[in-house]
Design a protein around this ligand. Structure first.
Ligand SMILES: Nc1ncnc2c1ncn2[C@@H]1O[C@H](COP(=O)(O)OP(=O)(O)OP(=O)(O)O)[C@@H](O)[C@H]1O
Ligand SMILES: [Mg+2]
Length: 330
C-alpha cells in the first residue's frame, strides 16, 4: 500500500461549497489577487470541471489550453499551462472551457491532477472547485486540511455546507484506512445503516472503532484532529448575517465534533456586476470598496494561519467508485 508522498512547500486552498452559486469563483479570483498584491506568488486553478468560468472574473480570455487539455493528454504537465495574468505574482491555470465534458474524471486522472498540483511551486495555490459533494470534489478539497467552504446566508446554502462537511469527514475517516480493510467496512456500514433522521455522530463511530481495535480508533481520532476547514459567509446584507458564521461554527463543533475556522464575511456588493462587465477583479477595480476591504482581511487571515500539514490519507481505491453511486449523505 502506497501512501502519497507530499511536498509541503505551497499552501493549497481549495474553495468549495455544497450549493452552487455561493461565490466560490468570485472569492477565489479576488483572494488570489489580494495574496498576489501582498507579494505572495499565487496560482489560481480553475477546477470547476464542466463549469469553468474563473477567467471571466480575472478578465482573461479563454482561448488557451487548460485542465481539459491535461485530462485529454494534449499537455503532459500542469506547469505547461500556467499563464501570467495582468497582476504581478498571480498566475492562472484555466479550466476545461475549450474541451468540456470532463466533469466525470476517472480515478487515475484525478490522482494525477492532485499529484501535479502538489508539485507546483508557489506560496499559495487556490483551487476554484465545482459545487456539490461528489467524491471528486471532496478529494480535491482534502488535498488540504484547511480548505475554504463558502456559503451564503440562505438556509439551503447553510444546510448544504453542513452536508458538505459531513461528507468530508466521512471521506477522510474512510481514507484513513487501507482499501478493503475492516475499518473501511465498519465506516461504510455505520454511514449506510444510520437511523433515518438521526444526525451522524462521528464520535460514536470513532468510539466503536476504538472498542474493536484501539490502534485503529486512535488513527481515526488523530486524522479527525488534523482537519480544520475555513468558512466564509458571502453576500451578507446585515450585521446579523455576520453572526451566522459563528453560530454555524458552534453547531458543527457540537454535532460533528469538527473545528472550523470562521475567517470572515463578504458583503453583497454591486461592484461585482461591474467587475464582470469591466473584466477586472473587484479588488483591482474598486480597492476602497467594503468588499475589497473584506477580501483583504480574508487574505491576511489566510497568511497568518500559515502552513498546516495535511493528514496523510490512503488513496481512494476502486471500492469507493462503487460507493459513489450508493451513498447519499444528505
Ligand atoms: N458578494 C457578492 N455580492 C454580489 N454578488 C455576488 C457576490 N458574490 C458572488 N456574487 C454573484 O453571485 C453569482 C455567483 O457567484 P460565483 O460564480 O462566484 O459563485 P460560484 O459558487 O462560483 O458558482 P458555481 O457553483 O456555479 O461555480 C455571480 O453572478 C456573482 O457575480
Ligand atoms: Mg464557480
Amino acid at each position: 500500500m502506497h501512501l502519497p508522498i507530499l511536498t509541503y512547500m505551497s499552501t493549497i486552498l481549495p474553495v468549495a461549497s455544497g450549493k452552487g452559486g455561493t461565490g466560490k469563483t468570485v472569492l477565489s479570483g479576488n483572494l488570489g489577487v489580494a495574496l498576489a498584491r501582498k507579494g505572495k506568488k499565487t496560482i489560481l486553478i480553475d477546477l470547476d470541471l464542466g463549469g469553468a468560468n474563473l477567467h471571466t472574473c480575472l478578465g482573461i480570455r479563454n482561448d488557451r489550453p487548460g485542465i481539459g487539455d491535461y485530462i485529454y493528454k494534449h499537455v503532459q504537465s500542469l506547469s505547461e499551462i500556467i499563464y501570467n495574468t495582468p497582476v504581478q505574482n498571480l498566475f492562472f491555470i484555466p479550466g476545461d472551457v475549450l474541451l468540456p465534458g470532463t466533469a466525470n474524471l476517472d480515478y487515475g486522472t484525478k490522482k494525477k491532477i492532485i499529484r501535479n498540483i502538489q508539485n507546483l511551486d508557489a506560496d499559495y495555490i487556490i483551487l476554484d472547485l465545482g459545487s456539490g459533494t461528489s467524491f471528486n470534489i471532496i478529494d480535491f478539497f482534502l488535498i488540504s486540511p484547511a480548505g475554504i467552504i463558502v456559503t451564503t446566508t440562505e438556509t439551503t446554502a447553510i444546510l448544504n455546507a453542513y452536508s458538505f462537511l459531513k461528507t468530508v469527514i466521512f471521506r477522510m475517516l474512510y481514507r484513513s484506512f487501507p482499501s478493503k480493510s475492516e475499518e473501511r467496512k465498519m465506516i461504510y456500514s455505520f454511514i449506510t445503516n444510520r437511523i433515518e433522521g438521526k444526525s451522524i455522530s462521528f464520535h460514536d463511530l470513532i468510539n466503536t472503532i476504538l472498542y474493536i481495535n484501539p490502534g485503529s480508533g486512535t488513527t481515526a481520532m488523530e486524522t479527525f484532529k488534523k482537519i480544520f476547514p475555513k468558512m466564509v459567509i458571502n453576500m451578507g446584507t446585515s450585521n446579523s448575517d455576520i453572526e451566522i458564521g459563528g453560530k454555524l461554527k458552534i453547531i458543527v463543533r457540537q454535532n460533528l465534533g469538527l473545528k472550523i475556522h470562521y475567517i470572515g464575511y463578504l458583503p453583497r456588493s454591486k461592484e461585482i456586476t461591474l467587475s464582470i462587465i469591466q473584466r477586472q477583479p473587484v479588488y483591482m477595480l474598486s480597492p476602497g470598496s467594503l468588499f475589497s476591504k473584506s477580501i483583504n482581511n480574508l487574505a491576511e487571515k489566510v497568511i497568518s494561519d500559515g502552513l498546516i500539514p495535511p493528514p496523510v490519507l490512503y488513496e481512494s481505491d476502486e471500492d469507493l467508485e462503487e460507493l459513489r453511486e450508493q451513498i447519499n449523505l444528505k
